[in-house]
Design a protein around this ligand. Sequence first.
Ligand SMILES: Nc1ncnc2c1ncn2[C@@H]1O[C@H](COP(=O)(O)OP(=O)(O)OP(=O)(O)O)[C@@H](O)[C@H]1O
Ligand SMILES: [Mg+2]
Length: 157
Amino acid sequence: MRRVVTHNEAETRALARSIAATLRPGSIVALSGELGTGKTALVRGICEHFGCLGQVSSPTFTIVNEYSGTADIAHCDLYRIEKPGDLWETGLLDIMSGERIVIIEWAERAAAALPFPRLEILCDYGDGETDRVYAIHEADAEHASLLAAQGRMEASR
Ligand SMILES: Nc1ncnc2c1ncn2[C@@H]1O[C@H](COP(=O)(O)OP(=O)(O)OP(=O)(O)O)[C@@H](O)[C@H]1O
Ligand SMILES: [Mg+2]
């Protein structure tokens, strides 16, 4: 886990641009944290890296926004989701195994339904008014396959 403190929105966008350089088609980015902690700012930074910043807007419930630059990006906000099963209505699950980079705000609302591996970023407030703290959990493929194996074992019992 990597913990980064930023002091303004520009720094958060710069952090997101550096994270974006590690993303590949099919990558999943799960953003969690309270209102105003900079989830959309991170999306903007990622989109800057891929040359599609001008297209970013906040998605409404059940709608996945799609942007196209040097990569194709799907952007979803699960704020209004009540249970993980509601995720089906968003159409997100259908596109998750494809070529797009998928970025999800309020991912904690449906964490149980989101596939691994995924890059998780927990967003929080810091001490100063414009400080934000990002806990970045790199995609952990080995952990994911262990979880999947565990799931199969439990299912076969
Ligand atoms: N260090 C910082 N990083 C990011 N945003 C910051 C920072 N300091 C202040 N801000 C401000 O905080 C707000 C963050 O808004 P943003 O929409 O990115 O949050 P969010 O987590 O997506 O909120 P929501 O849950 O409503 O979608 C913006 O108004 C931004 O200018
Ligand atoms: Mg937002």
